[in-house]
Design a protein around this ligand. Structure first.
Ligand code: AMP
Ligand code: MG
Length: 419
């Protein structure tokens, strides 16, 4: 039997970041920038006001707290305008937040520090204004280039585009970015007993849930699924489905890789390339296949063969498929975070494999608590649906009791989230 880590490292060795593509900014979300982004402009482009107020010369208001100087207001400048006036001694320009600071002015006094409200209350004009309070030189002036200067490296290659990066890119006036492209992942279920959801259920059949769960997991990992559908357990059908997947970056199949199965899937895969059929020391999801298939393309097609049982399929994808996708996306962190917590119910381990038990994780008083979500059979998908984590019981431990410390793999968490 192969340890989980050994299987993972053998698989991961076959993946690397994919090629690059120029995409509209919103389509870059979650993808890694393929090249440095340097700024063609300064941000802000001009010095501008951080407040609604009066643009003044600091020398005019240096004694304002004691002297309450009165300045004459020569004009008004709103955001989006550039004032053609210059502030000279004894003068002020009324200015709105975001408006460029007029020539001559070096400080902005907010309305609150003037008698503007009183003047308005008395129905007086705002041709003059008294300043109540002195402020340090440069107050409320955002200097040009305060955020970004011309030519500055703003986002280095490898940065993951999140909402803030989408905004930074747009703030430079750019509408697209060059990113590492998403892998296309072909998803194929195999088995004579499967009916597609939405079709009538034939006698003795079950609905194919793996196509949907695995494709959803592909999307969640950042890949682009291609639904191949269901292959029947015949040579022709399996070959046809593999051909259909041949230009994908990865083919993920489910079922047909365990012992005692119809050997059809294994036979076909073996005919098509260098396949490995492993028993991995984990529960669920012991049987696993990985290899490189020959296709009509020059490039071999990596195939990840998941076990058929719905929980096994999804957990094997979590352990081996998701890291492969993240590697193709140029992500440095391939695994989910693992935290230390406390079990609130027992986990059983019957046969010396590492158990990944479905649990609900909760944080109470600074401690993570892990509560098993119910029956742990590899066909019981609803107990995975109720779980947001997996508690790990080491291979050599027959059981873990309530109250014991346990490692928890955080399923619903991203790598970026601090613990
Ligand atoms: P196998 O790996 O072919 O031995 O399948 C193991 C179990 O998983 C069997 O009970 C199958 O019916 C079930 N199974 C296989 N494929 C799927 C699928 N796509 N959706 C739901 N159950 C499946
Ligand atoms: Mg089968």
């Amino acid at each position: 039997m192969l340890e989980v880590e050994e299987a993972l490292s053998r698989i991961i060795a076959h993946f690397e970041p994919l090629g690059t593509v120029e995409l509209p900014v919103l389509e870059c979300l979650g993808l890694a920038l393929a090249e440095d982004i340097t700024s063609p402009l300064a941000l802000p482009p001009l010095a501008n006001s951080a407040m609604d107020g009066y643009a003044v010369l600091h020398s005019d208001i240096a004694q304002a707290t004691e002297q309450r100087p009165t300045l004459s207001v020569i004009s008004v400048v709103a955001a989006g305008q550039v004032s053609t006036d210059t502030v000279t001694p004894g003068k002020a320009i009324r200015i709105m937040t975001g408006a460029p600071v007029p020539d001559g002015a070096d400080t902005v006094v907010p309305f609150e520090e003037t008698d503007e409200l009183e003047r308005r209350g008395r129905g007086e004009s705002l041709d003059t204004i008294s300043i109540h309070k002195t402020l340090p030189l440069g107050s409320n002036v955002r200097p040009a280039g305060e955020d970004v200067s011309v030519g500055e490296l703003v986002l280095p290659a490898g940065t993951i585009v999140r909402p803030a990066e989408a905004g930074v890119i747009a703030s430079l006036g750019l509408t697209t970015a060059r990113v590492i492209r998403r892998p296309t992942v072909a998803v194929l279920s195999t088995g004579d007993e499967l009916s597609a959801a939405g079709e009538p259920l034939a006698p003795g059949h079950i609905y194919d849930s793996n196509s949907s769960s695995v494709a959803a997991a592909v999307i969640a990992a950042g890949g682009q699924p291609r639904m191949i559908g269901i292959a029947r357990d015949t040579l022709e059908d399996l070959h046809r489905c593999i051909d259909e997947a041949s230009d994908a970056d990865l083919l993920v199949t489910s079922a047909g890789v365990s012992k005692g199965d119809y050997d059809m899937v294994k036979d076909v895969l073996e005919q098509r390339g260098e396949m490995n059929f492993w028993s991995v020391r984990m529960r669920p999801a012991k049987p696993l296949a990985f290899g490189l298939l020959r296709t009509a393309n020059e490039r071999p097609l990596p195939l990840l063969g998941l076990p058929g049982n719905p929980v096994s399929a999804l957990l094997a994808f979590e352990m081996f498929g998701r890291p492969a996708i993240r590697s193709m996306l140029g992500r440095s962190e391939l695994a989910r975070p693992v935290v230390e917590g406390v079990l609130t119910g027992p986990i059983f381990n019957s046969d010396g494999r590492r158990v990944y038990a479905r649990i609900e994780v909760e944080r109470r008083d600074g401690t993570w608590f892990a509560t098993p979500t119910g029956p742990q059979g590899s066909n019981i998908l609803t107990s995975l649906s109720r779980a947001n984590g997996l508690a790990i019981c080491p291979a050599d431990l027959p059981r873990k009791e309530a109250g014991q410390a346990v490692k928890i793999l955080m399923l619903d968490w991203n790598e970026e989230v601090a613990q």
